[in-house]
Design a protein around this ligand. Structure first.
Ligand code: NAI
Ligand code: MG
Length: 353
């Protein structure tokens, strides 16, 4: 087998972790008989500052033929966040129908959770976040700028197609895992979009009689993810709520730097995109100390998506081994003092063993 993978390192520590992890991706596949060719795209904030756009106009055409995309992160101290997000990540996720954002949260052995009493393996859930519309739809406007009567409108959009596109894979995952799905909304306060969402969940649930559905409002879910995270298994949520809940996931599993994500086109028409959950981290960029494991675990999701389970399992196993080994290098966010490159080199050694 051989695959063509588009690599967009982006900005800040996004570049640092992707540059460190890409050779590991290629080598791990090669030693297991799978050839991977990577093509790099220097799109991001530097391009915006010099050329006026995060990516070229034909960006999606250029990406369409790849088997998958690996993204670092975007975000620059001199460029507003809505420009970086709307100039690169959102056009790709929306343009490529990546309706599903899949984000596993796993507390590895050897990593301290800020929650008392939880040990390796105790926290193990996956969030299916709607990724193309909802609260992040680009619908709204501003009027009377600068005047007393200034007004801003930000509308949410929920379509049957894109809601089903995330709800069905969530049920599928729940059915394969523990048979339990938590549906997180705010249907009491948002009686149009969120009640529609609940209706879609109820409809799809009829196809999965083996899955028990628990309903939680997002405020209660935020509390419960901290109070009883071990009771969650598969969670399905809208774009905004999924975004917030997965940062809680990153926090309780030890570091945002460990959290991976997959942006998936469930139809498989377009390439799916894999990226660590974290951003470009202005506070540590340029120091070479960013945790690369969120990116390694995103590469695991990439190979899993391509059907290369052996490579995915090897990467996961190497990360688990490294974190469980008290003498292994680790970055500052999880209590060590190693560099990004030292952590990747150690993983590479574990992967040839
Ligand atoms: P952030 O995720 O970049 O950083 C939050 C905190 O976590 C910082 O203290 C950072 O040092 C730490 N952190 C994050 N990743 C780490 C890693 N791998 N290793 C060690 N520590 C790590 O979020 P923040 O600060 O809110 O945003 C910075 C920029 O990134 C902004 O421009 C934002 O818009 C952008 N961003 C981009 C994302 C993307 O491209 N998907 C996602 C989130 C933020
Ligand atoms: Mg986020």
């Amino acid at each position: 087998m051989s695959y063509d993978i588009a690599v967009i390192p982006g900005d800040g520590i996004g570049t640092e972790v992707v540059e460190a992890v890409e050779p590991l991706l290629v080598d791990t596949a090669a030693t297991r008989g799978v050839e991977v060719a990577t093509t790099w795209f220097d799109w991001g904030s530097e391009r915006y500052l010099s050329a006026g756009a995060m990516m070229p106009e034909d960006a999606l055409d250029r990406l369409a033929a790849f088997d998958a995309i690996l993204l670092g992160a975007v975000g620059h101290p001199e460029v507003p966040d809505h420009v970086t997000l709307r100039g690169l990540r959102l056009p790709i996720t929306k343009g490529f129908d990546q309706h599903v954002c899949k984000r596993p949260t796993y507390l590895f052995e050897g990593v301290d959770s800020p929650l008392r009493g939880y040990e390796g393996g105790d926290i193990d859930f996956v969030v299916y976040r709607q990724n193309t519309e909802g609260e992040y739809a680009d619908v709204g406007g501003r009027e009377h700028r600068g005047f007393e009567n200034e007004v801003a409108v930000q509308a949410s959009v929920f379509t049957r197609e894109a809601t089903e596109a995330v709800v069905r894979p969530a049920f599928e995952a729940a059915s394969e895992r523990a048979g339990h799905l938590t549906n997180v909304t705010k249907s009491n306060a948002q009686a149009h979009g969120m009640v529609f969402w609940d209706d879609v969940v109820a409809e799809v649930s009829e196809e999965y009689p083996d899955v028990a559905v628990e309903r939680l409002l997002v405020d209660a879910a935020s509390m419960d993810l901290i109070r009883r995270p071990d009771e969650f298994d598969v969670v399905v949520a809208s774009n905004l709520f999924g975004d917030i809940l997965t940062d809680i996931g990153g926090g309780i599993s030890g570091s945002l730097g460990l959290a991976p994500s997959a942006n998936i086109d469930p139809e498989g028409t377009y390439p799916s995109m894999f990226e660590p959950v974290h951003g470009s981290a202005f506070d540590i960029m340029g120091e070479g100390i960013a945790n690369p494991l969120g990116t390694v675990l995103s590469v695991e999701l990439l190979f899993d998506h391509l059907g290369e389970e052996a490579i995915a399992e090897a990467l996961h196993g190497a990360v688990a081994d490294q974190l469980a080994d008290p003498s292994a290098p680790r970055t500052a966010d999880i209590g060590g003092s190693a560099t990004t490159v030292e952590v990747v080199d150690d993983l590479a050694a574990r992967l040839v063993e």
